[in-house]
Design a binder for this molecule. Structure first.
Ligand SMILES: *Cc1c(COP(=O)(O)O)cnc(C)c1O
Length: 424
């Protein structure tokens, strides 16, 4: 039994149980009960799949045999992971070489493998997306038998490229555009999970970043950092919205990945940076920004980070810091990088700004910024800023030509409930 419900700590379940029922008693979410160091041989390996198998075996306490993990990892992580160095002291970890051009392919594809192997009956996955989860989940599950997927997203608040990538698939993929922001979508999902009529009609599961399958999948690439870079990392900057990716980096650090300090970079939705300043949790209304996948003011995953540091909050402030970046600063970085021949998407730009402000101009610092999406995924934003057309990968041009199949709904729970009950 390897996962603990952070809101009801007497509830300890297996990985499989946590994946199939991601919300436990008292609406709690799960976290590894204990984080054990990885053997140093694993960090010495250059083989990403081997590192991933060892990471997942460790975090799930051996619950899934290594041969099975090997198959799952082989199918889920079937695309490259790479590092681009901007200069000898500053590197970019490109996590966007998967089918939907954002890091969420890692988590979504591993979750799809888990559900395909753990689930023995028809299931309905409901998830809210601030942009990229939708595409990653839709592509990971499209055509998987016995699984229906319902994806909610905030109408008019995601890019055209993002929207077309997942709202054009059809078949077992159902998309809903909600008149509201991401937090409103997330609330509808939470309410659905608490509704008995819906639970009776559907065998529900969630694919958003609260699912531990996504979390553990994301730890794998941080544990692969020694395979990609020959020096330990001083500051690792993670562009953050719902804080799943930062939580994964925190777990990797605890497992022994050579990372000295984590920096969460947010846009002006700055609940966490303000928490680091005055230790109070005061979410404001979500504001729209250029880095829309991070337009989150009540990040679900932050409770996992607090859970880890509950006994010693002061060490949290040693291990991590947080910064908020404006849209003007984001645009500046996009222009600056383009001039130097490297295009970055707005989320990655937020991360780069955070390190630019903190990287000393002297010394031998070795810092890394996580690049969460391919620049072409935000072509409309980049074309606007750079005033030049962008070449798009075929995954995007093909999707742009297909009809959008989304169902528009209000942010009223009753409407969503009717929709779900009519589906079954
Ligand atoms: C989801 C997403 C983020 C934020 O990741 P979290 O794990 O929610 O903090 C950042 N950038 C992009 C491109 C994303 O899709």
């Amino acid at each position: 039994m390897s996962f603990i419900n952070i809101a009801q700590q007497k509830q300890i379940v297996s990985f499989k149980e946590a994946v199939l029922n991601p919300i436990g008693d008292n609406k709690g979410i799960y976290f590894p009960r204990e984080i054990k160091k990885l053997d140093s041989n694993v960090f010495a390996s250059k083989d990403f799949n081997h590192i991933a198998v060892e990471t997942l075996y460790n975090l799930t306490c051996g619950e899934i045999p290594k041969v099975q993990l090997q198959h799952m990892v082989g199918r889920a992580f079937n695309f490259p992971l790479s590092v681009h160095s901007l200069n000898p002291q500053l590197h970019v970890l490109e996590l966007f070489h998967g089918p939907t051009l954002a890091f969420k392919d890692f988590g979504a594809r591993f979750l799809a493998e888990c559900l395909a192997s753990f689930n023995k009956k028809q299931a309905t996955i409901i998830t809210a997306t601030s942009g990229d989860t939708g595409a990653a989940v839709a592509h990971a599950f499209h055509g998987k038998s016995d699984i229906d997927v319902v994806i909610l997203y905030p109408k008019g608040k995601i890019s055209k490229e993002q929207e077309q990538l997942f709202c054009t698939l059809g078949d077992n993929i159902h998309t809903v555009k909600v008149d509201g922001d991401f937090d409103a979508c997330q609330n509808l999902v939470k309410q659905a999970f608490n509704d008995n009529d819906i639970k009776q009609a559907h065998n529900l599961n969630s694919a958003n970043s609260i699912n531990v399958a996504r979390l553990v999948a994301q730890v794998c690439y941080y544990n692969a950092l020694p395979a990609l870079l020959d020096k330990p990392i001083d500051k690792l900057v993670v562009p953050s919205g719902n804080f799943g990716n930062l939580t994964a980096a925190m777990i990797a650090k605890a497992m022994g990945a050579p990372i000295d300090h984590l920096v969460a970079a947010t846009n002006i939705n700055d609940t966490v940076p303000r928490f680091f300043m005055d230790k109070t949790w005061r979410p404001k209304e979500t504001q729209r920004t250029l880095s829309n996948a991070m337009d989150v003011s009540q990040p679900n995953n932050f409770s996992r980070i607090l859970y880890c540091y509950q006994k010693n909050l002061e060490t949290l402030f040693d291990d991590m810091s947080a910064m908020s970046i404006t849209d003007e600063e984001t645009q500046e970085i996009i222009k600056q990088q383009a001039q130097q021949g490297y295009q970055v998407d707005p989320h990655t730009a937020v991360g780069l700004k955070a390190i630019q402000d903190r990287q000393p101009t002297f010394g031998s610092n070795n810092n890394l910024v996580v690049s969460t999406a391919h620049p072409a995924k935000f072509a409309d934003v980049l074309e606007d800023i750079l005033q030049q057309p962008m070449e798009l990968p075929s995954a995007i041009t093909e999707a742009l030509h297909k009809p959008n199949l989304s169902k528009p709904l209000s942010n009223d729970f009753d409407d969503f409930k009717d929709y779900l009950l009519a589906m079954s």
